[in-house]
Structures are given as C-alpha cells and as structure tokens.
Design a protein around this ligand. Structure first.
Ligand code: GUN
Ligand code: ZN
Length: 484
C-alpha cells in the first residue's frame, strides 16, 4: 500500500492527474464528497452512480459510533459504506478545531484508520485558526510535524499517510511546513485550516497561504485543499495547484435551503426558475422544489451535481489550456474572489515557470489578462527576436521601405515577427478593440525589445488615437503617426 500521483497535463499551476492509493485510483482534480455514516442524504452508491470516484468520511465518527463502530472494524470501511472507490478518512482534527478537544490520541486514530482499511489516512494534525499569533502557530505546527513523524513509524514507510500542511496565516511557516512534509516523502498533502478563511470569503489570504504551502511542497505532491467545497472557488484553487477538494457543502447548503451554482449560491425560496440542467432541476419547477417533501435531499443532489460538473469543466479547461479564462469568469462572481484572483496574478512570474508552452487560445477579458503568465512569458522571449539597424514596429500596416526589419504588433503582447503570426500566443489571442491596459502592456513588450536590442533604431508606427500613450510608454523609440 502506498500513494502515487501522476500528472498527465498542466495549465498554469493546475494539473490533470491520476491518484493511486493502494489498489484504488482516481482522476484529479477531484471532489471527495463528505459522508457522515449517520446522516446519508445521498448514499455512497448514488454518488458512485453520479461518477464520484472517491469520498471522505470521518474516522472519529466511526470510532465513537455504537451503530457502526464494530462493523467497520470487522468488515472494513468500504463494505460498511457500500462503496468500492477510494475512501479517505479524516482523523477528528476538525472536531478538535471546532469543539476544542477530542477523546482520541494520534496513535489511536492512526491504528483505527489502518484497521478499517482506509485508502488515505490522516494523522491528528492541529488546524491552527487564522487569528492565532505566531507563537501559537509555531508551537502547533511543531506538534503536527511530530505527529506525522510518529505516524510514519506506526504506519511504516508505505503507509497511506496524508501530510497536512499547517502554519496558520504565517506564510513562512506554511512554506516550511510544506517542505518538511515533502522531505518526509509524503505524496498526499492536504493544506489545512483554511475553512475559516473560505467561510468569511478571505480568498486573498487563501491565495497567500496556499501559494506559500505550494512553494514548500514538492511539485509532485498531490495537494488537497481541506474542507473546500464551494464550486465557485475550485478553478482559482486548481490554478494554484490544488488537486483535491472535499466538502460537506452540498449537504450543509441543502440543509440551509441554499441552491449552489458555480457562480455563487442562492436561497431556494428566492428562485423563480432553476438555472441548471441536472435531473432534479429539469424534473421540478422552482415552486415544486420549494414545496417538495424531500426538498433537502433533492437540493443536496442538485448541489453535488453542480459541484461535480464544475470539476469536469475544470478538467476540460486544463486539457484545452483555457484555465485562466475559467478563473477569470468565476472570480467575477464576488469581489472577494476577484481580490483572490488579483493576488494570484501578482504571482504570475512564479506561475509562468510551471505553465505550459502552448494553449488552445488566449481570450482577452480585460485588464487582468495583461498580467497573465502568457504575457509575462512572451515579454521574456522578446530578446530572442531578430534585431536590425533600422527596425519598424508597425501597429498600422503601411509603407515598409527604408527598414531592415519590420515587426508587427499585437497587444497585450507587443512586437512579433510576421513568421510568428500563427503561433501561440500571438496567433491564438483573440482581443477586442484596443484599450489602454492592453496597450500599456503591449508597449512594455516594445520596451523589452528596445532593452534587448540596443543596437537597433526603432520606429513605432501607430494610429493617431494611440500616439500620446505610445510616446509616453516608449520614450526610447521614434513614434510616427499613420492612418490620419
Ligand atoms: N478538515 C478541514 N480542515 C481540516 C484540517 O486542517 N485538518 C484536518 N485533519 N481536517 C480538516
Ligand atoms: Zn440542478
């Protein structure tokens, strides 16, 4: 028994992968729905029929359960739940963080999880809350790390151990924790204690914490965002390099009468139409669903299917190389998501290193698109474009005599040789009418050219409406106006 993770495609820092735990495998990105054995709104069998390949349940609940405690030890967790896909068990740490204490030791929960045949075993880590000070975060992280070392001894080198990354809001602690977990050789790494951040829409902090953890973790680690269950943030998290989500959100929201969509959630009582294609929404009108006796279960079924649908959409986006477009779309659903997205864009220079070479397309969606990895990478390659004594960067098309070299221009990238007209990103970029943001970015590309080609005398020929911006942005070039 051991955990293996294989990456088959990438986009930004997101990946398509295959997680193998013991004999069971699962495609990623994936959502592990939370199952409470005592409270199954949707059964594991129904989930399997909806395409769920893995789920997560709480070992602590089984451990304390009169109803299931003995059965699960004798028959194993897969037979007890009637699910032969991948089952991850959580240790009870979450109860610890919510209720303050649990009646179980690290050793107890580990041997219990092993005894019931869990595919992924979680130690009794300490989820440090966001308001904890540095001392507390440091001390709790030390305990979490000690418990992980103990877990390695108890489970052996091939035990299916998850290595939670803690550290509170302190990014250096998160990075160190990530590195230490990877140094222990653990291939499956949940990023912990982020639920309070997501519950209060602190996506900017979430991006900081996840980026810090990721920078310490091995790029080969399968990364689980503990307790992330609202589909509106899946794309953002995948773009940062998260592979697994788990959530009770589908059920918790249903209990609260809330209808999940990829763009946010709504109160079922306020809906006059159901904007979804799942069978619950096709078979019921909004009014029928509001009045259905099994409303909570139907709503949970809808919520789960919307969440699974978003995972599929993300997988397709990674295949196509259109994850930035999806992130951009999702993160406009709430201003706090937009803050998180903008925080992620500030990290584009690091993300550029893991991003893929070529994509299906680049759709310009406003100023944020100028900060994308493809633009940064393109600017970094401009030094490799040929030079010449007299170079024309032609924004308009026109007379090309008197020049040794003519380059074309496409914002937000900048100058490009005509031979690259069909290649990524210039050839696949769809842009609307030029705007200031993309022109500033394109002019940055021209400045990259000037800096890397000091021997060239560069003339920029531009349309009259852009003359002043180009003069201001590219002081080192001669600017000629064309097309009056
Ligand atoms: N569920 C949500 N957050 C956490 C966490 O930090 N640790 C564990 N073990 N479970 C969680
Ligand atoms: Zn639906």
């Amino acid at each position: 028994m051991a955990i293996f993770f294989e990456i088959t495609a990438k986009d930004i820092a997101g990946r398509l992968g295959r997680l193998k735990a013991g004999e069971r495998t699962m495609r990623t990105p994936a959502l592990l729905p939370v199952i409470n054995p005592h409270l199954q709104l949707i059964t594991p069998q129904e989930m399997q029929a909806l395409g769920v390949e893995g789920l997560i349940t709480n070992a602590y609940i089984f451990y304390r359960s009169r109803e299931f405690g003995e059965k699960v030890v004798s028959e194993g967790v897969h037979r007890t739940l009637g699910f032969d896909g991948l089952i991850m068990t959580d240790s009870g740490s979450f109860q610890l963080s919510v209720y303050g204490e649990v009646e179980v030791t690290n050793r107890d929960t580990l041997t219990f999880q092993q005894a019931i045949g869990s595919d992924i075993i979680v130690p009794l880590d300490i989820p440090t809350p966001p308001d904890a000070d540095r001392q507390r975060a440091t001390d709790e992280l030390a305990i979490t790390m000690e418990r992980m070392r103990e877990a390695k001894e108890i489970l052996g080198p091939d035990g299916n151990l998850a290595g939670p990354v803690q550290g509170g809001l302190f990014t250096d602690l998160r990075t160190r924790a990530g590195k230490e977990v990877s140094d222990l050789g653990i291939a499956f790494c949940p990023i912990g204690a982020v639920v309070p951040l997501m519950e209060s829409y602190r996506y900017k902090d979430l991006v900081k914490v996840v980026s810090a953890a990721k920078s310490g973790l091995s790029p080969a680690a399968c990364v689980h965002l503990f307790g992330a269950g609202h589909p509106s943030m899946f794309a953002l998290a995948v773009a940062m390099g998260c592979d697994i989500f788990d959530s009770a959100a589908y059920a918790l929201y249903a209990k609260d009468g809330r209808y999940i969509t990829a763009g946010g959630s709504m109160r079922l009582s306020e809906l006059s139409d159901l904007p979804c294609t799942c069978e619950v929404c096709r078979r019921h009108s909004a009014k029928e669903l509001q009045e259905a006796p099994d409303k909570e279960r139907l709503l949970a079924l809808h919520n789960l299917q919307v969440s699974l649908g978003e995972i599929s959409r993300i997988r397709q986006a990674i295949t196509d190389g259109t994850l930035w477009e999806l992130v951009d779309e999702r993160c406009r659903a709430h201003p706090e998501l937009l803050r998180g997205y903008r925080e992620l864009l500030t990290r584009a220079p690091e993300l550029e290193r893991s991003d893929r070479v070529s994509k299906r397309r680049f759709f310009y969606r406003g100023s944020e698109s100028c900060a994308r990895t493809e633009v940064i990478r393109y600017h970094g390659t401009i030094g490799r474009i040929a030079g010449g004594e007299r170079v024309l960067i032609d924004m308009t098309g026109g007379d090309e005599r008197d020049f040794d070299l003519v380059l074309l221009y496409k914002p937000p990238f900048g100058p490009y040789p005509p031979e690259l007209r069909e290649t990524f990103p210039v050839g696949q970029a769809e842009i609307p009418d030029w705007d200031c943001d993309m022109m500033v970015s394109g002019c940055r590309g021209i400045r990259c050219y000037l800096e890397t080609h000091p021997e060239s005398r560069v003339v920029v020929r531009c349309p009259p409406e852009w003359e002043s911006l180009v003069r201001e942005q590219v002081p080192g070039a001669e600017v000629r106006v064309h097309g009056v």
